[in-house]
Design a protein around this ligand. Structure first.
Ligand code: SF4
Length: 368
């Protein structure tokens, strides 16, 4: 699988570990004892060295450390991984390295170590600042963890700060979403991610909704909440540059944007997905096999598929829709008419665009 090309490259480093499974998330966590985490860090370094041999001629423009919770790794392991990146891949001078965090997960010393190794975009996965919603989502941190965020950020310049919030949480109201926004705006973040809550099979929240214990929010109401929050952010100087991304000047999430622009992606770590020149695969059939053979792509590559020209055109069209651009109906094929009928897409005369309902209902996840 040759990566040779002069095109930019995105790197996703996957850390499939969670301290606890949130009620709305189907992610399976891998064992995260100290020994397992250390072995995982070593396996990722081995994979990195092997992947670099094939990656010559590309420049990495954005890197994302995500999962799961990268913060379950030790600061030293993450430092080794960030140093490994610089050793094995040509990074653009202005490369953006982002990391997903939980509120209160990192001390300032931890953050300083990562920042000294190039991390420049911090996502705090808050999701809500309202106690009832926090309990419903069953997040893996204490509700008052924001006080630890305060301590970590005191007199510390994280460069770019992003807060992630969910809308469409059962029982959420315009007032409660407004309270969450208020809380995160107090940090004057450069970026806010406003994502729809998706009810996914295999999650506790889905089961509770099916059993009638919780009433899911109607998509139109979620769309109204989204629009109201989006207009508020725009009035405060945040530009809506994707369906879920709101940024102050210079604060865009370049990894996410690159994905939506169809840039090639190399995933490192267990279950990381890659898509290079239309050849897509994920890594590892099972966790132990990944630990033992992370440097041998022939063994650990899974779900290998070459995208057809039509699939690639669809991928680009979905990326444009999510960047709030208009697309030709022909790029969506038979998907167009049901989306128009449901009101999730609209004909603007210059092409088809997502409506707030299409954004809130997660239409693109459904058809992508
Ligand atoms: S939402 Fe994040 S922290 Fe929660 S279970 Fe899913 S991956 Fe883990």
């Amino acid at each position: 699988m040759s990566l040779e090309s002069t095109r930019p490259l995105l790197l996703r480093l996957n850390f499939p570990f969670c301290a606890h499974r949130c009620a709305y998330c189907p992610q399976q966590s891998q064992p995260h004892t100290e020994v397992a985490l250390r072995a995982y860090g070593q396996a990722m370094l081995v994979e990195m060295a092997a992947a670099a041999e094939e990656g010559e001629g590309r420049t990495v423009t954005a890197v994302s450390l995500e999962g799961g919770c990268p913060g379950l790794m030790s600061a030293d392991s993450l430092q080794d991984i960030l140093r490994g990146l610089r050793k094995h891949f040509p990074l653009a001078d202005d490369v953006q390295i982002s990391v997903q965090t939980m509120p209160g997960e990192y001390s300032q010393a931890f953050m300083r170590k990562l920042r000294d190794n190039g991390v420049s975009f911090w996502t705090v996965g808050l999701q809500t600042a309202v106690l009832e919603e926090h309990l419903l989502l069953d997040r893996p941190y204490k509700f008052d963890a924001l006080t630890m965020v305060d301590a970590a950020l005191k007199n510390f310049d994280p460069r770019l700060l992003n807060f992630e919030l969910l809308y469409g949480i059962p029982g959420q109201t315009s007032l409660s979403l407004g309270r969450s926004l208020e809380k995160v705006l107090a940090y004057e973040p450069d970026h806010i991610t406003l994502a729809p809550l998706r009810l996914l099979h295999g999650t506790r929240l889905y089961d509770r909704c099916r059993a009638g214990a919780v009433k899911p929010m109607e998509p139109q109401m979620a769309a109204n909440l989204y629009e109201e929050a989006a207009e508020r952010l725009e009035s405060l100087g945040y530009r809506r540059y994707t369906a879920s991304g709101f940024a102050r000047p210079g604060g865009q999430d370049r990894f996410r944007l690159g994905l939506l622009q169809g840039e090639d992606l190399l995933g490192l770590g267990y279950e990381a997905k890659s898509c290079l020149d239309g050849l897509c695969y994920s890594t590892g059939h099972n966790f132990n096999e990944y630990l033992a053979h992370s440097g041998e792509l022939e063994i650990v590559a899974d779900q290998v598929a070459q995208l057809s020209g039509e699939d690639q055109a669809l991928r680009l069209a979905l990326g444009r829709l999510e960047r709030l651009e208009a697309v030709e109906g022909s790029a969506l094929g038979e998907r167009l008419s049901p989306l128009l009928k449901s009101g999730e897409l609209e004909d603007t005369g210059e092409g088809y665009r997502l409506t707030p309902l299409g954004i809130a209902s997660g239409a693109l996840y459904r058809i992508g």
